[in-house]
Design a protein around this ligand. Structure first.
Ligand code: OGA
Ligand code: CA
Ligand code: CA
Ligand code: FE2
Length: 502
């Protein structure tokens, strides 16, 4: 915003430039000529004015172009143009052939192409397996989201579900985390500091949405405005009864007061952020062929195969009737001090802030749900994104039990369909940029039947060097392992030979 303002100011100076430059002509000009050709002086100064205006105009245009170029780095559509030049989206496309962007300022041998969405409803044909053509439909541009019906066959869906059942699923969320009070004591924060931290808009009051956002993230308990009112009443904390907490009122609260209150009252599974069970299935060498075949997501996403292969295992999720997953981001925001879980082995530092860095989510629907269970994207293709306006007293767009029908986009789960979206924007140089706030999504409550899905997250560290170091580290490990295997094979051969000798 600040930069846009700067440009406008520059424009203002441009507009005022002509008047300030309509000064007398330079003194060095011979007086004679001045008196003889009065009109030519006029036209000369007029010419000067025009030239100055013209130059300032050109400079402004250049400045504007530079501004657009550097600031639209995070704009998916511009990035598409830059990094999928070789993509012919209308034709049947094969595996990606990544080309480093010509203007990258430092040597990089890996880059992330982004698929062009063109427009909502656009269908492009993609070739993912020999002898078959899939159709990929653009569902939204913000986030960049696609749907591919029949990505998995009936049989493949069945195998994945059975493998997950064989492995066993665990609760996706434990009921109540503990130790918050301890953590606060360790950090030694004063009530003022905690209050300031919670007061997102810094107006000296804690609005319901500021408390709700925090407690949902910290405790995993999905409080509603009504719950909050009940807690305020129970703890007699909102003394002036205005529905807000000021610092004085907040001081009377212990940091785990809400949790204690809820524990006493009891928390049901339906009041958690996520009410499902899940398991993880390894997809590498030796895994079931169907799981290895899921690597066709490499062709789908056109990302370097090394990235796909080094990502997390497949997460298979089962929602019972009444199950849900409130709206969330699969990946965290990018801060300088954030470390990605997947690259931590090769990271030099041990950062206390670890997050899963999931560049892309590929979601597979493994069965047909009798009723409900859509995947919702509450703010998809909104004109603006306003975090504060998502939670209103009457409608909370993040609540997938109550308000799924009010979100902007819902995808119906159809067996075998895959959807995928980018959780981050591009940085404009072929790598991961800012988190895409529009990628907010959730699983609507399953009103009848059960729902099976699988998440194939593709991890990329927003820090290019860290990702590169991690890949180098893994390939060195693999080399060492291969050498060891070769050595042991050789040894066992010698062993056999020795036996033969005997
Ligand atoms: C997830 C998720 C959506 C769905 O598992 O992270 O967002 O429809 N699932 O189940
Ligand atoms: Ca506030
Ligand atoms: Ca109050
Ligand atoms: Fe998700």
């Amino acid at each position: 915003m600040m930069e846009a303002q700067d440009i406008i100011e520059e424009d203002d100076t441009a507009a005022s430039a002509p008047s300030s430059s309509s000064a007398p002509p330079p003194r060095a000009l011979p007086r004679q000529r001045v008196s003889l050709q009065k009109s030519s002086v006029c036209s000369r100064s007029y010419f000067m004015v025009v030239m100055v205006f013209f130059h300032v105009y050109i400079i402004n245009v250049i400045a504007l172009l530079l501004y657009v170029h550097y600031n639209n780095g995070s704009n998916a559509i511009t990035a598409n143009r830059d990094f999928t030049r070789r993509d012919n989206s209308h034709k049947v496309t094969g595996a990606s052939d990544p080309q480093p962007p010509a203007d990258s300022g430092f040597p990089r041998n890996m880059y992330l192409p982004r698929i062009e969405g063109i427009r909502v409803g656009h269908v492009q044909k993609v070739s993912l397996v020999p002898g078959k053509v899939h159709e990929m439909k653009t569902l939204s541009l913000k986030p960049l989201l696609f749907e591919i019906p029949g990505f998995l066959s009936e049989e493949e869906c069945g195998v994945v579900v059975r493998l997950a059942q064989l492995k066993g699923l665990m609760e996706s969320q434990v009921m109540v985390p503990e130790g918050q009070e301890e953590l606060n004591q360790q950090l030694n924060l004063s009530p003022e500091e905690i209050f300031n931290f919670l007061d997102l808009n810094q107006d000296g009051q804690l609005q319901p949405h500021e408390i709700l956002t925090h407690s949902r993230v910290r405790d995993g308990i999905w409080l509603t405005s009504e719950n909050l009112k009940e807690i305020y009443d129970g703890l007699k904390v909102d003394q002036d009864g205005d529905g807000l907490l000021n610092l004085e009122e907040f001081r009377h609260l212990k940091s785990d007061a809400f949790q204690r209150f809820l524990l006493q009252r009891g928390v049901e599974r339906s009041q958690l952020v996520r009410n499902s069970r899940h398991t993880w299935l390894y997809q590498g060498q030796g895994a079931h062929q169907v799981l290895q075949d899921l690597r066709k997501v490499t062709r789908l996403t056109r990302l370097p195969s090394s990235l796909v292969e080094l990502s997390e295992p497949l997460q298979v999720v089962r929602y019972e009737q009444g199950g849900h997953y409130h709206a969330h981001h699969d990946s965290g925001p990018v801060y300088p001090e954030t470390a990605c879980t997947h690259t931590r082995l090769a990271a030099n530092t041990t950062s206390p802030f670890q997050t899963s860095c999931r560049y892309i989510t590929v979601l597979f629907y493994l069965n047909n749900v009798e009723e409900g269970g859509e995947t919702t994207f509450p703010v998809a293709d909104n004109r603006t994104y306003e975090e504060a306006s998502l939670i209103q007293n009457d409608v909370d767009l993040l609540d997938t039990r109550k308000h799924c029908d009010k979100g902007n986009l819902r995808v119906k789960p159809i067996k075998g369909t895959a959807v995928f979206w980018y959780n981050y924007l591009s940085d404009g140089r072929g790598w991961v940029g800012e988190q895409d706030e529009y990628s907010l999504h959730g699983g609507c409550v399953v009103t009848r039947g059960t729902k099976w899905v699988a998440n194939n997250w593709i991890n990329v560290d927003p820090d290019y060097q860290r990702q590169a170091r991690y890949q180098q580290f893994v390939s060195q490990q693999q080399e060492t392992q291969e050498q060891e295997e070769l050595m042991s094979e050789l040894n066992s051969d010698q062993h056999i030979e020795r036996h033969q000798d005997l």
